[in-house]
Design a binder for this molecule. Structure first.
Ligand SMILES: C[S@@+](CC[C@H](N)C(=O)[O-])C[C@H]1O[C@@H](n2cnc3c(N)ncnc32)[C@H](O)[C@@H]1O
Length: 248
């Protein structure tokens, strides 16, 4: 209860670091240090730039945007884009972004999508389509979001990404994926020091071939796979492209 009240109060507060407004309560594990917080985002943006996945004409969807870590990183790295849309099921995070990050420009929008998630939004009702037009985005970015979802949700959102991605667009996502493990496991004990005390959907791990199968079934194909590429979280990185329209 106290944590809930604190979180609500913290939607009205921010902390300044190097001129950037950062959240006080963070949904990212292990990113409490302000410098690490900004650098974690800059590192991913540098990666996106090196892969030619963003430039000044990009229209980006940040799915499970949390408290706009990517937005602060774009400003910190001084990378210009055309339009940014952040979508999250956590209302407090979206309120925080609207309050503290809207001043970054009219091309930065934040949408609350009340979708059920046993960790982040238990009061919502099931899966929700992303409220945006078809073929709209050059990049769908999601960091540490599929790490908190079971297969049903992942399969649903992969199809949604295919629907909203432009013809030459790409998905850049992170997930826990390993070989020779059960297809899907919630909070696997002893995996990356997991205990059984971290709550629902703390760490969802997928078997690589099983995950690839979900990608294919959504009409997407893997262009790049980097196992445990994110050093701090040990999540793998995938870059996906459209292969065929999603199967109905
Ligand atoms: C670990 S946080 C990562 C936040 C952000 N991507 C980052 O890297 O800072 C996971 C985020 O995914 C969001 N999320 C989980 N399920 C979702 C869903 N079905 N739709 C939208 N957002 C979701 C959570 O509310 C949370 O903000």
């Amino acid at each position: 209860m106290i944590t809930k009240i604190k979180r609500r109060i913290n939607t009205y507060r921010s902390i300044k670091h190097k001129g950037f407004k950062l959240p006080i309560t963070r949904t990212n594990q292990g990113l409490n240090d302000n410098e690490n917080y900004l650098n974690s985002s800059k590192e991913q943006i540098d990666h996106l730039v090196s892969l030619n996945l963003i430039n000044k004409t990009s229209n980006i969807l940040d799915f499970g945007s949390g408290q706009g870590r990517l937005v602060n990183g774009l400003k910190f790295a001084d990378i210009k884009i055309k339009e940014y849309t952040g979508v999250d099921t956590d209302l407090n995070s979206i309120k925080w972004c609207k309050r503290f990050l809207s001043s970054y420009g009219k091309n930065f929008k934040f949408i609350h999508l009340p979708a059920f998630n046993a960790r982040y939004n238990k009061s919502a009702d099931g899966l929700q389509e992303i409220p945006v037009d078809n073929d709209k985005f050059d990049l769908v970015f999601l960091n540490s979001v599929f790490s908190h979802m079971m297969s049903n949700d992942v399969a649903f959102y992969l199809k949604e990404f295919n629907r909203i991605l432009s013809k030459n667009g790409a998905v850049y996502l992170t997930a826990f994926t390993e070989e020779n493990v059960p297809n899907v496991e919630e909070n696997p004990i002893n995996y990356l020091n997991e205990t059984n005390k971290n709550g629902s959907l703390h760490r969802v791990r997928f078997e690589v071939n099983y995950f690839n199968d979900m990608i294919k079934k959504a009409g997407l194909k893997t262009e790049l796979y980097l196992h445990q590429h994110i050093e701090r979280s040990k999540q793998s990185v995938y870059v996906l492209r459209k292969s065929i329209p999603p199967l109905k």
